[in-house]
Design a protein around this ligand. Structure first.
Ligand code: ADP
Ligand code: MG
Length: 568
């Protein structure tokens, strides 16, 4: 569906066109027509898929077609930045509609101005806290409210706004349209939905495909202690115009920020401990380009839409899979391409990277951190082409005389050029203390191997010792051909080469084991899933997980235990 097929006012179509939206995104095609019918609705799509316009366009239309009563629409936003951003966007849609007025009411700003705005506005955009303030002071009433929008609902819940939202919605007129947008649908949202919406229509745009398609994703396996150097090398190699670096804690944000600044990488940090005025300053500096590197926690950076973020770095692996999509969704906005670089230290972090791949259904390529030599070569190349270009375009005739003077004094142009190059190129101070990263190979299961699934486990009273013996006997394979054996409560996974696996499946079809017929199949779970399951059980203890894993190495007489490598 096109914007032109949505029965939008010509003034709105013109504004949309001017902004540069040629086609609606999926969530917009789904939501706008329903919205205009006044339906209650849940819109779920990942970050960066244009949810703001999905409600911004229809509310402007609805207000423009109304009799202009004040306070018809309330949009709740989790943070001030998002509220401002939404407000900017809605302003753009209503550019050619004089009578549509918007009030933006967030904490950390003077009340007077807001009160004045509220008097004349049909659309009110704000954070829950400040909206409630105005309700208490009676500078805002919800009597005329026709539509409420909960934008970034999951984030509002994360930030503890549930009660505030409930208070606000309880005061709103019962007959109204309630619309909720969110990137994820945790169960808490479903309960708001039950409580406050009437037969809502669900519009879900699947997974993050749309957002991540245009983002190249890489990961680097580096030791934890080398993450700082890896980051600097990547920053220097790619030199992104703007970049966002994510850490999991405020403390890490602060540490990394001073570390990078000390090395000459101009960075600023953004996290929840900053005062509103500081946050604003940070965002202004980042948007204006005064600082090209923003280091942030997930919550602080949620939803922030800054143009031309060319790279997103995951210094820490995100704690939630969803966060990863939100993070990388900060780049590659509005059809541009972007890149994400994830630093993974150690086996557990690598596993998380693989979990992320499955979660998104997209690949995260392994890459190696650029070496100092690569960076220098890249810089030299650029330097050389810059000089050539300058010489080609040379218009600096006054300097010819100057050089001729030097020549008269007995200096030859080649010597002069050499010292000038050295001086101009300079030293890369940013990387002064950085060393090349030694790539570490994480011992993991051999990728040339497959996993067999056997439909008997701990409850069938088998153990690794027993299994090994049975398989060797039935197939004639040497015991060393059998890799890891993980026994879970009612199934078992066994690692071996594909040929041997086929042999086992053939020779042990309908095999009778412990008085029952068992079946070997190629496991449908991936190697990572199996290993991850195993790690989890290791972490929480076999007792709780109703599963036990044993591995066995007959040659080395290893004790049954959690880990063994029997690759050769
Ligand atoms: P979300 O709320 O889903 O995270 P936003 O509403 O912030 O996404 O939109 C993300 C970006 O996509 C913004 O820069 C916005 O201007 C742009 N955008 C939205 N809709 C379209 C469209 N139909 N065509 C092109 N760009 C769009
Ligand atoms: Mg949004």
């Amino acid at each position: 569906m096109q914007f032109s097929e949505m029965n939008l006012l010509p003034e709105i179509l013109r504004a949309v066109e001017e902004i540069g939206f040629t086609e609606p995104t999926d969530i917009q095609s789904g939501a706008i027509p329903l919205f205009l019918q006044g339906k209650d609705m849940i819109g779920r799509s990942s970050t960066g898929t244009g949810k703001t316009a999905a409600f911004g366009i229809p509310i402007v239309q609805m207000v423009a077609q109304s009799d202009g009563e004040k306070g018809q629409v309330l949009i709740l936003s989790p943070t001030r930045e998002l509220a401002m951003q939404t407000s900017d966007e809605v302003h753009k849609f209503s550019k050619y509609l004089q009578k549509v007025n918007i009030a933006t009411v967030c904490g950390g700003q003077p009340m007077d101005g807001q009160i004045r705005q509220l008097r004349g506005a049909q659309i009110i955009i704000g954070t829950p806290g400040r909206i409630m303030d105005h309700m208490r002071r009676r500078t805002l009433t919800l009597n005329n409210l026709k539509t409420v929008i909960l934008d970034e609902a999951d984030e509002m819940l994360n930030m503890g706004f549930l009660e505030d939202i409930q208070t606000i919605l309880t005061e709103a007129p019962e007959v109204r349209q309630t619309v909720l947008f969110s990137a994820t649908m945790p169960s808490a949202i479903m309960s708001i939905t039950k409580q406050f919406q009437t037969h809502p229509e669900m519009i879900a745009v699947d997974k993050g495909q749309k957002t991540v398609d245009n983002i190249s994703q890489f990961y680097y396996s580096v030791p934890q202690v080398a993450k700082n150097d890896a980051l600097k090398l990547l920053l220097e190699y790619h030199r992104p115009k703007r970049s966002l670096i994510f850490c999991n804690t405020k403390k890490m944000v602060d540490e990394l920020c001073s570390l990078l600044n000390d090395s000459g990488f101009k960075s600023i940090g953004l996290h929840g401990d900053l005062k509103q005025s500081q946050r604003n300053q940070v965002m202004r500096d980042f948007k204006s380009g005064r600082n090209s590197i923003l280091i942030a926690t997930d919550v602080a950076a949620r939803g922030i839409d800054v143009e031309d973020v060319e790279a997103v770095f995951n210094y820490d692996i995100p704690q939630e899979n969803e966060y990863y999509i939100h993070r990388i969704g900060r780049t590659g906005r509005a059809g541009k391409t972007g890149a994400s670089y994830t630093l993974a230290a150690g086996r557990a972090q690598l596993m998380k990277v693989h979990t992320l791949e499955r979660f998104m259904g997209a690949k995260i390529e392994e890459a190696s951190v650029p070496k100092l030599e690569d960076i220098r070569a890249r810089r030299l190349e650029k330097f050389s082409s810059d000089i050539k270009q300058l010489v080609d375009e040379n218009g600096g005739y006054e300097w010819v005389k100057f050089v001729e003077e030097l020549e008269k004094d007995g200096y030859n142009p080649k010597d002069i050029a050499t010292v000038l190059c050295a001086k101009l190129f300079g030293k890369d101070k940013k990387l002064a203390a950085v060393k090349n990263i030694r790539k570490i190979e994480i011992a993991s299961s051999n990728p040339d191997r497959v996993w067999l699934n056997l439909d008997i486990g701990v409850t069938g009273k088998i153990d690794a010792n027993f299994l090994l013996g049975v398989i060797v006997e039935a197939t004639g394979l040497p015991s060393k051909a059998i890799g890891k054996i993980y026994i879970f409560s009612d199934y078992t996974n066994i690692e071996m080469t594909p040929e041997n696996a086929n042999l086992v499946i053939r020779k042990m079809a309908n095999y009778n084991m412990k008085q029952r017929i068992v079946h070997f199949t190629i496991a449908s779970k991936s190697r990572e899933q199996i290993c991850e399951r195993k790690l989890k059980e290791k972490k929480y203890g076999a007792g709780q997980g109703h599963a036990r894993q044993r591995s066995y190495n007959s040659q080395r007489g290893a004790k049954p235990g959690y880990k063994h490598y029997n690759d050769k």
